[in-house]
Design a protein around this ligand. Sequence first.
Ligand code: FES
Length: 108
Amino acid sequence: MICVSADLVDGGDGVRFVVQRGGRDVAAFAVRFRGKVYAYFNRCAHVAVELDWQPGRFFDSDGLYLICATHGALYRPESGACVEGPCRGGRLEMLPVVERDGGVFLAD
Ligand code: FES
């Protein structure tokens, strides 16, 4: 389980977690937007750095876009598409998640 459903408030702080890829731990995060949970690798499409300037702070001040703390790229929470910033046209890599029984899980 990534977290309990109540940990993710719409447009609020996200939850950081780690997934295994190629035998390595890779940083990822989950957020809630318009009721639905989305998860991405925590790696900007511009430079391979983590997005959050403070752990869990992925949304911009309006709670409408995910924002990279380094150069301010803005991403659509529901698709990971970069709509503004140096990596415009790029996207975050999404991880499939499901929400059930009060929890958020990586989908198989
Ligand atoms: S590293 Fe994210 S916008 Fe440059």
